[in-house]
Design a protein around this ligand. Structure first.
Ligand code: SAH
Ligand code: SF4
Length: 422
């Protein structure tokens, strides 16, 4: 989502006459788009500012995104070189704020939740030209998992206007996009009311399917309690919807899921996967895991490993629990040592890697459909693309076209990528 937002900010400022620079050394204005999901990401902002400031103290520095939202005016106190602090709902105000800093030499803050205004304004800005492009359709979250800052930084759940999403995707496709990734913190909670009709994610995907040159549709990130039957059915009857589902479980222990306030237990999660695989046997699942949540026992951890063994997630993200200020779980005493957490993370990640590698190996010697995204800039004999399951493929060829979907013979692999020729 930050990648998508950064693109929007870039074109917003280009429309105001600013030019994008590859390096901050050449820039008069530096904008740091920040993530607050874990402590490490939040701390990075201050070390980055130190580095930027070192080479030129006259630059305007704007901190935008979720760290700006969470730390607010504290940021200006903590670091004198920050000129602008701007939350994720008000990026459209950035040009005016930059004028204020330049003309009136004042430091400026805005962290209000005015999300619909942002979308109305930003949907007109810039049309990214990537073969695979993101489109945010939903923002914010009302679920309040005990560990998570998103409801506080991105605000309540908000779904974008159905027609304006279709217009944006249409214009992206006419600019060369062939794959669209629909984004939201809880993308499958998408719900847009128009008169008596309520449009859900499945309705939106069905509609986007009619765009002729659009070849692939994905959506991320989904919450298990919002996996409705229409969406599950869509995976079995919509050929443009890719057979790959990112459905974060976080833990394989129902005790921990309850403490996390995830609103489902492990049986509920297993049942959904069973239902999906029953209707779409070729679907692959990926997940997010949090390791070392306060109170996680050895048995809870083993339950998570058991779930991984049973479901066979083919791609996943895993993190050590990070206590975030203001969340419920930040008040719980953390009973686990750093060492135990790191050891568990290592075991879990090596299991995930092994499954991913085994899955990649099943493709070697076979042909698989790849959407070609780009040609290597350093080595033009190679192209990059992705399979329906999001695997990265590097292809040796001199006759591929960006944006085409092609059957590629896979010759080798490692746990991360596939290699092929054409
Ligand atoms: N809405 C999605 C997740 C969005 S946040 C969902 O509910 O699944 C992306 C991921 O960051 C989460 O899935 C979680 O695994 C991780 N995460 C969020 N807060 C965290 C924390 N405090 N410590 C460690 N990981 C965290
Ligand atoms: Fe955070 Fe996702 Fe839980 Fe919302 S549902 S609070 S975004 S982890």
């Amino acid at each position: 989502m930050n990648v998508y937002d950064s693109e929007k900010i870039k074109s917003l400022l280009q429309n105001k006459g600013l030019e994008h620079q590859e390096s901050y050394d050449d820039a008069d204005v530096v904008i740091l788009n920040t993530c607050n999901i874990r402590e490490k990401a939040a701390h990075k902002v201050y070390s980055d500012i130190g580095r930027i400031n070192h080479s030129n103290k006259d630059r305007v520095i704007a901190v935008v995104g979720c760290v700006a939202q969470a730390e607010n005016s504290e940021m200006l106190k903590k670091n004198q070189s920050i000129d602008i602090v701007l939350g994720p709902q008000s990026y459209h105000l950035l040009p005016t704020m930059l004028d204020d800093v330049r003309d009136r030499k004042v430091r400026s803050i805005n962290t209000e939740f005015i999300v619909n205004e942002k979308f109305d304004y930003l949907s007109e800005q810039g049309k990214p030209k990537g073969v695979s492009s993101f489109v945010t359709i939903q923002e914010g979250c009302d679920k309040f998992c005990s560990f998570c800052v998103v409801p506080y930084t991105r605000g309540p759940e908000y779904s974008r206007n159905y027609n304006s999403i279709i217009d944006e995707v249409n214009s992206m496709v006419s600019n060369g996009a062939r794959e669209i990734v629909l984004l939201g913190q809880n993308v499958n909670a998408y719900q847009f009311k128009n008169g008596n009709k309520i449009y859900r994610l499945s309705d939106l995907i069905d509609k986007l399917t009619t765009i002729k040159d659009l070849k692939r549709i994905r959506y991320t990130t989904s919450h298990p309690i919002n996996m409705d039957d229409e969406l599950i059915d869509l995976h079995s009857n919509n050929k443009k919807l890719m057979p790959f589902l990112h459905l974060p479980v976080q833990s394989g222990s129902s005790k921990i899921l309850k403490m996390m306030n995830r609103k489902y237990d492990v049986e509920f999660y297993r049942d959904i996967i069973f239902k999906i695989r029953d209707k779409s046997p070729n679907i692959e699942i990926s997940s997010d895991f949090i390791i070392g949540y306060p109170g996680e026992s050895e048995q809870d951890f083993i339950n998570t490993l058991d779930l991984i063994n049973d479901i066979k997630f083919t791609q996943s993200y895993s993190f050590i629990y990070s206590a975030r200020p203001g969340t419920k779980s930040a008040m719980i005493e953390d009973n686990l040592t750093k060492k135990v957490k790191s050891e568990r993370l290592k075991i879990l990640q090596s299991k995930l890697t092994e499954i991913q590698h085994d899955f990649n190996k099943t493709h070697v010697g076979k042909k698989t459909s790849v959407l070609i995204e780009n040609q290597s800039a350093t080595n033009p004999e190679y192209y990059f693309g992705r399979t329906p399951y999001m695997q990265s493929v590097y292809i040796k060829s001199n006759n591929l076209i960006n944006g085409e979907e092609k059957d590629i013979k896979i010759t080798s692999c490692n746990h991360k990528s596939l290699y092929g020729t054409c």
